[in-house]
Structure formats: C-alpha cells, structure tokens
Ligand binder design. Structure first.
Ligand code: ATP
Length: 585
C-alpha cells in the first residue's frame, strides 16, 4: 500500500464528498437489510393464520401494509444506492482527471533527456492505462469496500441475534468463495494483461502499416504484411480464448457457492424449525435472502484485493515518473531580460544516453545583431550547439554566457521566451496553418500571421490553398511539402519576434532562390537580433558575419566567407563543389 499513499492527497481533497458517501452507503444498507425482514414478517403472518386461524381481512390488511413497507424500503435502498454510486464513482473520475493532469504536468517539466530514455508508448500507457487501473482503486474498490464493510457490520450481527447457530453454518462457505474469487481475479488479471499487450502490438502494427502504406505498396509487400498481421491476430485470438476460459468460471463459481449456502439454510434451518429451536418459518426466508445479499460483497472482497494489488503496481510505475527530477532546473524566479549576445567558453558536451561526445572545447562569440553560420559534416555537433543555447541540455564542460551571465543563472522561462528555434525536422500540429504559426505567439493578429508568412516566403503557397490560412494540416488535413513545412516552421519562429533566432538547417528543402529571399527577409527583421544559422550550404552561410566550421565536435576553421574561401580546408572544398554543381544546373 506504500505506493498508493501518493493518492492520499486526493482523498483529502474530496474528503467531504467521501464522508457523505459513507453515510449514504450506511442508509442504503439499512434499508436493504429491512427488506428480508419484511419478507420474513409476511411469511410469519401467513404461518400464524394457517396454524392459529383468525380474521382473513385483517391478515390481508397486514400483508398489504408489510408489502408496502417492503416496497418502500426497497425503493429507498435503490435510491440511496444510486446516490452512493454518484458519490464514489463521480469522485473517482475527478481524482482520475487530477492524477492525469499531475502526470502530464510532470511530463512537461521533465527534460529532453527523460524522453530519450523512455519510450513514447510507455509514457502514454502510464497516463492512460495505469491511471485507469488506479481509478479502479479510487472508485469501485473503495465503494465496494465500504459497502461490504457496512453490510457485514449490520447484517451478520443481526443474523447472529436472530439465529446464532444457523448463521454460523451459512457463513462458513463465504470465506471459501472470497479466496476462490481472489485467485480467479488474479488469474484473470494476468491473462488480460497478455491480451492487452497483444492488442497494443496489433494497434502499433496496423498504425505503422497504414502510415507506411506508400512504402508497402511501392515494394509490393502487401501479402507479407498481411501474413504478419494474420499471425499476430491469431495469437491475439488465442490469448483472448485463454482469458475467456478463466472468466467463464467466475459466475458458475459464485452460483455454486450461493447454492451451497442456500442448501445449508434450507437443510439446517428446516431441521431446526422441525426441532422447534427456530420459532418461525419466516426466519428461513429471511436468511435465504441475506445469504444471497451477502454473496456479492463476499466475492467482492477477493475482487477488491486483486484490484488494489493491480492499482499498487500501476501507481508504482506512475510514481517512478512522478519522482523523476528534471535535469534542467530553473535557478531563479527573478525576471532576467535577455538582449542576445552569446558566448561559448570551451564548451564540451557528452550525451548521457549514448555517451557520444558531441562537442569538445568549443568557443565562439556572437553579438547582438550579428549572424553566425555553423557549417560541418553530419554528426559534427551543429544541432547540439543550438540545443545547448535553448538549455534543452546543460553543458558537461565549459560555460555558455548570454549577455555576460552564465546561462544557468538566467530565468529559464525568459531564456526560452527570447529564442525562436526552427528545428531540423519541422513539426507541425494537426491544426490549421494559422494556428500552427500562432503557436509562436498566441495572441497574434491575422495581419501578424500574414506578415510572418510573407517573411518566411510561404504566404503565396498558403493563399493558393482553397481554405488559405484555415487549411488543416496533418492526418485528416493536407500534407505540406518538405519545403512548405520548413517555411511554416520559420514563420512560427519569426512571429515570436525573439532576441535570438536559431535555424537548424531549416532551408535545406527549399530552392536556392527562395532561400535567398528568406535570408534577405531574416536579415532585415533580425538586424537587432542574434541569428545562428546551421547549414550544409555555402549559399546560406556566405552573408553571415561569422562562420565556424565544425568537425567531430571541434571548431576546425573560423572567419568570414571571404576569409574561408581563400583558406585551404573544408569550407573552400565545399564552396568549389557547390559552385560546380551550380554551373552544371
Ligand atoms: N539526443 C541525442 N542522444 C544521443 N546522442 C545524440 C543525440 N543527438 C545527437 N547525438 C549524437 O551527437 C553527435 C552530434 O549530433 P548533432 O545532431 O549535433 O550533429 P549535426 O552536426 O547537427 O548533424 P546533422 O548535420 O546530421 O544534423 C552525433 O554523433 C549524434 O549521433
């Protein structure tokens, strides 16, 4: 139960509703245990009349009155049972939503490293499936727990009071039922986990094959894909059948044990009635109803135990993530406005998960208003520099200063707000183009959106779509070309009007003419900003104030375009190669 203690704060939050729920259960149960009593009374009335005789109309009147009382008690019990569900189940849904929000908030606080270490499926499972399992503890387990407790506390003493020996006999099979249901629930849980795993394999498989349908068709491997699906689907069916087999035991087992208890009531109760130790026949009827009434709660003890165990295991998994500390920590709540000068002092960086040293002793400076271009082969560490400026990771050696202050001393929110980052792979949400651009500035006007799109040279493409800026992207919308995606992503950074603009090979999918146009626009709007451009193309770098060349995480050359074309080395080679390619066009 240690892991589940995390949830106590939610019980505290909703304590009044839960306390009210407890009293409602109490009232519901009191009315429920009155109904067998009235049934017994009616039998006794008839029995009395049969054995002793009397006034028939009086009997009829008394029977009608008791029947009305029975009906009233049953209706009230049903009404309070309804209220009980409203309390416990509704509260558990609230707690479930609270827990989901807590997990999601924590996910957002955690650093990029965490996402590299854990698989997306795992993150999703914990917020959906595990939270649902925990809800079974917060709702049904607590509700049935309270109901069972109150029922036991009221019915069993009453039964003992009415017929102690008979009570003893009839409750003997009940613990056996409880243990049997517990074992069965565990087995059902085990098998349903396997079924769940296969379901998730199946959905991952189908999702991937639909996303990659183009590749499947182009390579003509539909048949092979189908065979793989069929195999998976057959195994999934077999696992489901395994589950159904144990599930099929559940109700027969309950019915068998109720049957045994009923038999005991009739046999032992009947014997005692004949012996005269039970005064009325009504007691037997009462007991028959009580035994049936107790069966589900008794069975639920086993079921609840298994629910709590599952919830404990799920909460343990959730707690693992909730207890995780973000590796990037904000050290100040104070506002730290940012101007934009960036300085790297012997910065080194090693990725924790792969142990790859992406940067070694990198030093450079870019002042506000300047443009720095970073050129280098793939894997030389260019993107890593940009990620360090946004503090997606912290350096493992050396320091980064912004406006002369160590980056770790800056308010993280201010730092990130002052950066417009265009990642290598443009990521657009399944929303309209307008909303995708406004992602950079939530309160942007339509005019600002258009202006940003114009500066990113994508406006003309957008207005060509029938729905213009309201065109929806993503699975149910249109698919933009690689170059269009990049430019929408650039518009998103521009609209933010940040002090620092970071472009990670963001023009790789556009033609050189459009590239030039965009670079011109950026130069105009970024005259008082710091711009860093990562690129593989000389055309992107040539107008930059400074250029650095990276190789295996180290700066091997630096200077302006003019300096570097006249220096033997990577830049000059690249320049020649790209010049030749251009001439051949
Ligand atoms: N998240 C990560 N986890 C572990 N290693 C990484 C990660 N990102 C990059 N690396 C490694 O760090 C090195 C530098 O990568 P980086 O992405 O900075 O190179 P790059 O110069 O931007 O390459 P490209 O031009 O292909 O984008 C590479 O060897 C890469 O495999």
């Amino acid at each position: 139960m240690k892991e589940l203690q995390h949830l106590n704060k939610y019980f505290k939050k909703y304590k009044w509703k839960l306390i009210l729920g407890f009293f409602i259960v109490l009232v519901a149960r009191i009315f429920a245990i009155l109904t067998p009593k009235f049934s017994g009374d009616m039998i006794n009335l008839v029995e009395n009349y049969m054995s002793k005789g009397g006034d028939l109309s009086e009997l009829k009147h008394n029977l009608l009155m008791t029947l009305l009382l029975l009906l009233g008690a049953a209706l009230l019990s049903a009404f309070f049972t309804f209220l009980m569900r409203q309390m416990f189940i509704v509260v558990s849904r609230y707690m479930e939503a609270d827990l989901k929000n807590e997990v999601y908030e924590q996910y957002q606080n955690l650093s990029l490293n965490f996402y590299k270490k854990n698989r997306t499926g795992d993150l999703m499972n914990r917020i959906s499936e595990d939270v649902s399992k925990v809800r079974m503890y917060l709702g049904p387990a607590i509700m049935y727990g309270v109901t069972t407790f109150i029922l036991f506390a009221t019915v069993i003493p009453y039964m003992f009071y009415t017929a102690p020996e008979l009570t003893l006999y009839v409750i003997i099979p009940l613990p056996i039922l409880s243990v049997a249901i517990y074992q069965l629930s565990r087995l059902i849980h085990k098998r349903s986990t396997v079924v769940q795993q296969y379901l998730s394999h199946l959905s991952t498989f189908t999702q991937e094959s639909f996303s990659g349908i183009g590749v499947i068709k182009a390579y003509g491997i539909e048949k092979q894909t189908y065979t793989n699906f069929e195999k998976l689907s057959i195994t999934s069916r077999d696992k489901n059948l395994d589950l159904v087999k144990v599930q099929a035991f559940f109700f027969p087992l309950m019915i068998a044990l109720i049957g045994v208890s009923n038999l005991l009531v009739i046999y032992i109760g009947g014997k005692k009635y004949i012996e005269g130790s039970i005064p009325d026949l009504g007691v037997i009827v009462e007991f028959l109803i009580y035994v049936n009434m107790l069966t589900w709660p008794v069975a639920s003890v086993g079921w609840i135990t298994s629910l709590v165990q599952q919830a404990e295991a799920s909460q343990k998994r959730i707690n693992e993530f909730l207890n995780e500390k973000p590796s990037i920590v904000n050290h100040t709540e104070q506002h730290t406005p940012i101007d934009g000068s960036i300085q790297f002092n012997k910065v080194s960086f090693t990725y924790e998960d792969t142990n790859i040293t992406a940067l070694k002793d990198v030093s450079f400076e870019v002042k506000k208003g300047e443009t720095l271009a970073i050129i280098g082969k793939t894997g030389s560490g260019k993107s890593t520099i940009l990620e360090l400026i946004g503090r997606l990771y912290d350096t493992t050696g050396g320091s980064i200063e912004i406006d002369g202050t160590n980056i770790t001393a800056l308010n993280l929110k201010d730092l990130r707000n002052s950066i417009g980052y265009v990642p290598q792979e443009a990521f657009l949400f399944s929303d309209s183009i307008k909303e995708n651009i406004k992602f950079g500035k939530k309160d942007a006007t339509d005019a600002e959106v258009t202006e940003a799109a114009k500066n990113a040279s994508v406006h003309d493409n957008i207005v060509d779509f029938t729905k213009g800026y309201d065109t929806v992207l993503g699975e149910r919308g249109i698919t933009l070309s690689g170059g269009q995606k990049q430019r929408v992503s650039i518009a998103r950074a521009i609209i933010k009007d940040p002090q620092i603009l970071l472009f990670d090979d963001s023009l790789s999918a556009v033609d050189t003419e459009t590239e030039e146009e965009i670079l011109e626009n950026i130069k105009r709007i970024a005259s008082d900003k710091t711009t860093i451009l990562v690129s593989h193309r000389i055309s992107s770098a040539k107008n930059a104030d400074k250029i650095i060349i990276l190789e295996e995480g180290q700066i091997i050359q630096r200077g302006t375009h003019n300096d570097l074309v006249n220096q033997e080395g990577y830049y000059q080679e690249l320049y020649r190669k790209q010049l030749e390619e251009k001439e051949m066009e």
